[in-house]
Design a protein around this ligand. Structure first.
Ligand code: MN
Length: 289
């Protein structure tokens, strides 16, 4: 197998979002986006309790892309203008196709805040191509233990197939575009070789731990670092030097102009103005506070 070489080793500086500090591996000053992935936020781990609960996001709109949440620790309540209301637990994935418009709210459940505990998650913004930006909105919630899993030969590394496929194992999420999304967990010493689909832009983000990537031309990836691969190979190898958790993303690039403003990701300024107007006219739905 020819291993994909590394294009960029990215940093994940803290950014402020209201009262919250969170890590933002995409975008950075070095990486504008990794088409079709336009934003990656890693929030927490935060200690949440009744005196400290800054992570309660009220109703807000989206258009033109897919906001996806991987909840790592804690418990959140999701509500949206399609009428969905569900409690999301650690390990669950929420895949929202905002399309022409949705309004949603999320935050730790009342019971979780009362009891107190650690909240942590990753949010990804996956772009939609121009011909799909105005499709009807949809919401998928998949529970942690229902995903298909591939285990390494040494049994020290497991790959949860969230979306797309790896070899002939498929993800549970129905996707709009060709993407592969895996959550990888490894114990110290766990080793595996992972295929990257032809023509896909690919990255790994190390949520926690420490791993070596590509055994022959080794690069050590430290906690909260991201690597973007070149599209010149068939995959990469991974070896965990301690207990580790990683998010792998790959997708076919759209090669379209991206114009984003606040919660909207469109192709042109005019479409952004239309989104602002449509939201104000109630065309993206309604959600009670
Ligand atoms: Mn949102």
């Amino acid at each position: 197998m020819k291993l994909n070489t590394i294009k960029t080793l990215g940093r994940s500086d803290f950014v402020n979002m209201g009262p919250i500090e969170l890590r933002q591996p995409i975008p950075t000053k070095d990486i504008e986006n990794i088409d079709p992935f336009i934003l990656l936020h890693h929030y927490g781990p935060y200690e949440i309790n009744e005196r400290n609960n800054p992570f309660d996001l009220g109703p807000h709109p989206h258009r033109g892309f897919e906001p996806i949440t991987f909840l790592l620790q804690g418990e959140q309540l999701h509500r949206d203008s399609l009428g969905n209301e569900s409690v999301v637990k650690a390990g669950d994935v929420q895949w929202t196709t905002s399309g022409r418009g949705i309004i949603h709210s999320e935050g730790p459940t009342k019971a979780f805040v009362k009891q107190g505990g650690v909240l942590e998650g990753v949010q990804l913004w996956l772009n939609l191509p121009s011909e799909k930006k105005m499709i009807p909105a949809a919401y998928q919630h998949v529970e942690n233990d229902t995903f298909n899993v591939i285990n390494s030969e040494d049994d020290k590394l497991s790959i949860q197939i969230i979306a797309g496929k790896l070899n002939e194992t498929f993800g549970k999420i129905k996707t709009q575009t060709p993407v592969n999304v895996y959550m990888i967990s490894a114990e110290e010493g766990g080793k595996h070789t992972i295929d990257i689909a032809k023509g896909h832009n690919a990255l790994v983000y190390l949520i926690e731990g420490n791993v070596n990537i590509n055994e022959n031309n080794r690069l050590t990836l430290n906690e909260n670092q991201l690597i973007e691969f070149n599209t010149d190979g068939d995959g990469f190898t991974i070896e965990a030097t301690e207990g580790s958790k990683l998010l792998f993303l790959s997708g076919e690039p759209f090669n379209e102009k991206v114009t984003s403003w606040g919660p909207y990701v469109m192709n042109t300024q005019t479409e952004i103005m239309e989104a602002l107007r449509d939201y104000q006219q109630g065309k993206m739905g309604f959600l009670e506070r």
